[in-house]
Ligand binder design. Structure first.
Ligand SMILES: Cc1cc2nc3c(=O)[nH]c(=O)nc-3n(C[C@H](O)[C@H](O)[C@H](O)COP(=O)(O)O)c2cc1C
Length: 430
């Protein structure tokens, strides 16, 4: 048995002719927290990095200087002062172009033997769940993505949406589940598309982002769910790589799973404070400075899934006007989103000002502004992975440093970065 992550390899696509990777996946982190730069570093180092397809039009505008969001807002301007958003729709051609372009741009910069995958969430309903999901899946394949990780949903129809794509059997396809039950449902639908997943990420209750559990999330343990999934696959004589995720903080945590039969591990929180991650500097410092009691699992997401975040997140108790015209990623087919209801329900304050909305947040607006500090439960340990500067802030880390720490560390040790050169203060001479 190996002692460090690098003693193992993940093989996707079967032992004969399969592709080999360092068994480390950086999970998808929306919106644009797991940037292409971060995913490309993982690929360069032989592992797998994910970009995220959350808020595709917005991310495309930011990186590719397109104007999709402005155009969508202008097209639907007539409903901006109204809570009826039933006419707000996405232009499917724009969505396809944005998705394809984001992926093509990332893939054109890829070096190294690893993979750049994309995390695609079913729960981003975008006012037309099936149509928009189909476009996002096919746009990613046509853009040349190495693999698609299906997340946030059961994805019973996702494989059928891409089975006519010429790259259907060329790109890897995996699924994130948080229970054997969800896996069984997916496998039943996969058999209809005669395509099993190439890997299964088992995400436990300590993960960041939205959780695949209810409010009883704290009653579950990743170790147990991982074993249940492994046993289920064994009983069904299915040989599919299983990849645990959620709370794997050191290389040794990862090795313990690899020794127990995991094919790789998926990690995310440690990379949120990398230079390549898309969070603002303010957010990264909030992650470093977090204490355990700052980490909360909230019901504020209009998707209905619990969302883990820092209680210092600026999005909490915000009454921003719903931003469905430019965004609208959480709208259902009838143009409804739970934030619209929460916003409508707030009483009017004394001088005509709205009171804070406590129940829900405008997920789109706040993610676009880096106001939602979503994180894994172990975020409070990040301060032990870097060095504090004289002003109390922490040095950011390179993705390469974090990746190699996971890859080579032993005995739960965490390699600290070299100290940044001191800022030389020149005395003011007059
Ligand atoms: C900031 C952040 C954002 C995330 N966003 C997503 C997402 O958009 N989609 C998704 O499937 N998982 C998301 N996750 C979950 C990760 O991909 C990953 O599975 C999990 O966080 C791993 O656990 P760890 O953070 O303890 O290492 C997110 C995690 C973090 C920390």
């Amino acid at each position: 048995m190996g002692d460090v992550v690098d003693d193992y390899r993940l093989i996707l696509g079967g032992k004969q002719g399969g592709r080999e990777f360092v068994p480390l996946m950086i999970g998808g982190m929306g919106v644009d927290i797991s940037t292409a730069d971060l995913a490309l570093e993982a690929a360069r180092l032989g592992g797998i990095g994910h970009i995220s397809d959350a808020m595709t039009l917005h991310v495309s505008d930011h990186h590719n200087k397109t104007r999709f969001t402005k155009r969508k807002a202008a097209l639907h301007g007539d409903s901006k002062d109204d809570l009826d958003k039933s006419r707000v729709k996405f232009d499917l051609d724009d969505l396809y172009l944005a998705q394809r372009r984001i992926v093509e741009t990332a893939m054109s910069k890829k070096h190294g033997s690893g993979g750049v995958f994309i995390n695609i969430m079913e729960k981003l309903t975008m006012a037309a769940p099936a149509e928009t999901l189909k476009v996002r899946l096919n746009g990613a394949l046509d853009g040349g993505i190495d693999g698609i990780t299906l997340s946030a949903g059961l994805h019973t129809h996702s494989l059928r949406m891409i089975e006519d794509n010429v790259r259907f059997r060329d790109a890897a396809v995996g699924i994130i589940v948080s229970s054997p039950r969800a896996l069984k449902i997916f496998l039943r639908s996969a058999s209809r598309a005669s395509r099993l997943p190439d890997y299964i990420v088992v995400e436990g209750p300590l993960a960041g982002g939205h959780l695949g559990f209810g409010d009883d999330w704290h009653q579950y343990r990743l170790e147990t769910i991982f074993q249940e999934v492994v046993e289920y696959l064994r009983a069904e004589s299915l040989s599919i790589p299983v990849i645990p995720a959620g709370g794997i903080f050191t290389g040794t945590d990862a090795v313990e799973y690899l020794q127990a039969g995991a094919a790789a591990v998926q990690v995310a929180t440690r990379f949120t404070v990398s230079e390549e991650a898309g969070l603002s500097e303010r957010a990264k410092q909030a992650y470093f400075g977090a204490a355990e009691e700052d980490v909360v699992v909230t019901g504020v997401s209009p998707t209905g899934y619990p969302l883990r975040m820092l209680r210092t997140s600026p999005c909490l108790d915000s009454n921003v006007k719903p931003q469905c015209e430019p965004f609208g990623y959480a709208l259902d087919t009838k143009g409804q989103c739970a934030y619209l209801d929460a916003y409508e329900a707030v009483a009017t304050g004394k001088r005509g000002q709205k009171l804070a909305v406590h129940d829900k947040i405008c997920l789109c607006y706040h993610f676009s502004k880096n106001n939602c500090y979503t994180c894994g439960h172990l975020v409070y340990r990040l301060k032990d992975t870097s060095l504090e500067r004289a002003d109390g802030s922490y040095q950011l880390l390179t993705a390469e440093h974090i990746f190699k720490d996971y890859q080579f560390s032993r005995d739960h040790s965490i390699a600290l970065p070299d100290r940044e050169p001191e800022q030389i203060l020149v005395a003011n001479e007059y």
